[in-house]
Write a protein that binds this ligand. Structure first.
Ligand code: UDP
Length: 236
């Protein structure tokens, strides 16, 4: 029988991924489908950590004319709203979860405690990391890289709107070429839009591969877990 290639993974879901076609708020049908894919992984014995973005509600860069740090903290709070939505849907499906936040809000969720997070994962609970890194001027991609390193995840599954990494924007250029494999160095040198450079450097320095794939195709998360070719793999 096929066994998953990875035992502990970090799934990064952008806020956009939860929003469906509208790009804003939640498309609960989409969130339910993602949750059912996560459930499948848990049932296979894969330990799943998840970092959620906030772009479907608020991004720091939307705050034109605002203080950057305030706008960024608003973004971090947006990720907490997303984490609660994902948690609720997973729990309704019978998946045991914990939300851990980088900014304390004890009435709502646990604070991030690395050793506790690992314990939850070992018990088969999905741990949703919310609030980004807890610091302005960072992104949730960086939070995914940081938490992945902290919980010793073997891979980051970067679920995106686009189905991999291209040499130019496939929405603008019909001849854009998709890469199957890339090194972190190539991503940095070519300035490819995989993650921001802080997140990319963190993954490079800590040797954490990233699989970038489209979330719109059902079953992609499972394929990635079994090591089947899906999207683009970035490693050292
Ligand atoms: N953010 C931040 N520090 C972090 C993570 C996120 O300040 O460690 C803020 C930032 O303003 C960002 C917003 O939260 O724009 C939402 O996160 P992100 O844009 O990464 O979400 P995504 O694009 O994945 O939906």
């Amino acid at each position: 029988m096929n066994t998953p290639k990875y035992k502990r993974v970090m799934l990064k879901l952008s806020g956009e991924a939860l929003a469906g076609k509208t790009g804003y708020g939640f498309d609960f049908e989409v969130v339910k489908r993602i949750a059912s894919e996560i459930k499948e992984l848990v049932e296979m014995g894969v330990q799943v950590g998840a970092v959620v973005g906030g772009g479907n509600i608020w991004r720091g860069r939307n705050g034109i004319g605002m203080d950057r740090t305030t706008a960024d903290y608003m973004g971090m709070l947006a990720t907490c709203i997303n984490a609660m939505a994902l948690q609720n849907i997973l729990e309704n499906m019978g998946v045991v979860t914990r939300v851990q936040t980088a900014i304390e809000m004890r009435e709502i969720a646990e604070p991030f405690i690395r050793r506790k997070a690992i314990r939850h994962l070992e018990k088969g609970r999905v741990v949703i990391f919310a609030g980004g890194t807890g610091n302005p001027y960072f992104s949730t991609d960086t939070a995914a890289a940081l938490r992945a390193a902290e919980i010793c995840a073997e891979v980051i599954l970067l679920a995106k709107k686009v189905d991999g990494v291209y040499d130019s924007d496939p929405n603008l250029n019909p001849n854009a070429k998709k890469f199957e494999k890339l090194t972190f160095q190539e991503v940095l040198e070519k300035n490819l839009k995989v993650m921001d450079s802080t997140a990319t450097s963190l993954c490079k320095d800590n040797n954490i591969p990233i699989i970038v794939f489209g979330l719109d195709t059902p079953g992609n998360i499972k394929k990635a877990i079994f090591g089947e070719p899906v999207g683009t793999i970035v490693s050292n």
